[in-house]
Ligand binder design. Sequence first.
Ligand code: PEP
Ligand code: MG
Length: 369
Amino acid sequence: TGSLTRAVLGALAHADSVRRLEVRANADTPQDAARARALGAQGIGLCRTEHMFLGERRSLVEAMILARDDEAREKALAALLPLQREDFTGILKAMDGLPVTIRLLDPPLHEFLPDRTELAVRIASRANPDPHERALLHAVERMHEQNPMLGLRGVRLGLAVPGLMAMQVRAVAEAVIRRLREGGDPRAEIMIPLVATVEELRLARAETERVLAEVAAETGTPLALPIGTMIELPRAALTAGRIAEAADFFSFGTNDLTQTTWGLSRDDAEASFFPLYLNKGVFPASPFETIDQEGVGRLVELAAQAGRGVNPRLETGVCGEHGGDPDSIHFFHRAGLDYVSCSPFRIPAARLEAGRAAVADRTGNSDSR
Ligand code: PEP
Ligand code: MG
């Protein structure tokens, strides 16, 4: 096994010496970040912040989103701020010296709000219904969506809930300052999810810059964090030239981009009619696993091209599941992206594949994938 390990390490070292694509990890805990780093990740391409709002913090999130008044919301946000600061400090520490792309909250609301049916049953079963529960049910009813994945998510939620973006950006900024004071080398970047229009990104960017400037003034430390966007809606891809005016980087969210381009629910793909269609051979191999080069892939190519045309320094990467898929990695290499970001356990294979893609490119043997 020793020689096998040596052979694998040799292959990885060779791949690293030839590949042009960087390989980053999707990680949102210090443990995952450390694991990814040990496997050769060159940073975090996607730190999802959704899980940080579950568990014990759920009631704060409910309070924040369903708040009946500003005071209640501000109280919930003030309680969340130090918790988020801790989250980000730990992750920045684990990835010291490497980029960490922190994505602002992007929850489909059905995963965060209380179940309205359960709530209604609970209220109905009480002899003297609690007025607070009733108010909560009313608020939940008001926010109910038939298709939460196509609703109040991402930047839409960030712009809709006053103070939410500011809280998260402040938590990132304060974590950066803390790491600097500890002698670290924090490289945080802020990413705005589910953007459809450049106007959304401009608003989100202005709010992000406002808070960064505020924390910089308070601490006397300049804070120039890159601010970028996910490209995960066809409209964003088609208007990428305009969106690039307000972005330092693009990260392609190929999970949502596949869902919205195909009109296929990513949550139901395995359970619905879809497997039957795969057997018929009228769809390509699952587009959620391997990039669909003719459709979703075209959107990636043209958006990257248009974005770079406007901003030659625009950094481009992929953070959907496709970022760890071998065939897709070859495609992203050819599309000229700067990095792929994938689950920590897929990092070694992604490094190897990125190396193969570079070799195939040089030898003109790009038809192998
Ligand atoms: C994506 O949509 O590809 C993505 C990376 O974001 P998420 O999976 O969190 O929606
Ligand atoms: Mg997404």
